[in-house]
Ligand binder design. Structure first.
Ligand SMILES: [Zn+2]
Ligand SMILES: [Zn+2]
Length: 283
């Protein structure tokens, strides 16, 4: 009897092996998924990183989760092997582990790189790299050769120290915890941009993420924040959105309203808490 042929589907190939993905010319999505359980479901999240490459220099945006460093290092080396400009800058949107968990290892592995953005407190964790830290304020830009990377207003943020980033050439917005939503591995969403993941209910997964990770959205009028987001997108002429936790958005007009619907819906629901809770035993 003949063995059944093994058919490899996209589901069998981990996303780490399918990256880097170029989401706009010279803008590469790198990293891996992170599986999390919530209410009996397995959600996948990203702690993505992005490499923006100019003619003279590249900038890494976010470092991924600590576990992601070997994957991110491999993806970057693959890109440098293809001839992209060397890493001269690292920008992290804020001081939280899924965003900056590889910071020390990046600065160690790429000794010519500078840490840019909000740099509060990093000198306390890494005094040996203090001389390589440069603070950025809103509107400050770094020339990469043929394109610039700018610090911009962080409308939806986790910490007060957050900055968002913007690539002036392809008009890509890097909003950190903005546009945060999970996806489903079983549905084949891993490695897709938002518009390709047609079975992903964006308002639903956006509201779940806001509920779990952005508690302040419960106490704010999210209509005001969504209006401000529209204003920023309009002012910068954003063409692509590269969030740290969500799938990249390549059709801003079609997709942004779906994420905003999730934020507005989550704001009206009571907070469920961040951990899966065991049932309380009867007294
Ligand atoms: Zn985050
Ligand atoms: Zn995934």
């Amino acid at each position: 009897m003949l063995d059944k042929p093994t058919i490899k589907s996209a589901l069998d190939i981990p996303v780490a092996q399918r990256m880097p993905r170029e989401i706009a010319p010279g803008v590469f999505w790198i990293g891996d998924c992170l599986a999390q359980r919530h209410k009996g479901k397995v959600y996948h999240g990203y702690n993505a990183a992005f490499l923006v490459t100019g003619t003279d220099a590249s900038i890494l945006i976010e470092t991924g989760h600590p576990k992601d460093f070997p994957v991110i290092e491999r993806h970057m080396n693959e890109l440098f092997g293809r001839g992209v400009a060397p890493l001269k800058y690292l920008f992290v949107t804020h001081q939280e582990t899924p965003h900056c968990g590889g910071l020390g290892r990046i600065l160690k592995t790429f000794p010519d790189s500078l840490l840019v953005g909000d740099v509060s407190d990093y000198h306390l964790a890494f005094p040996q790299y203090e001389h390589r830290m440069r603070a950025m304020q809103e509107g400050d830009a770094i020339d990469l050769g043929g394109r610039s990377f700018m610090a911009v207003e962080p409308v939806i943020r986790d910490l007060r120290t957050t900055w968002w980033g913007f690539d002036t050439k392809e008009r890509v917005l890097f909003p950190g915890d903005g546009f945060a939503y999970s996806h489903y591995h079983e549905d084949g969403h891993c490695g897709l941009v938002a518009e390709e993941a047609v079975s992903l209910d964006l308002p639903d997964v956006s509201s779940t993420f806001a509920d779990l990770a952005l508690f302040w959205t419960k106490f704010a009028d999210m209509n005001v924040y969504c209006d401000r987001l529209d204003h920023l997108i309009e002012r910068l002429g954003v063409k692509t959105i590269a969030p740290t936790h969500g799938l990249p958005i390549t059709d801003v007009k079609a997709t942004v309203p779906k994420v905003q619907a999730g934020l507005k819906a989550a704001a009206l629901m009571p907070e469920t808490g961040t951990n899966e809770k065991a049932p309380v035993p009867a007294a």
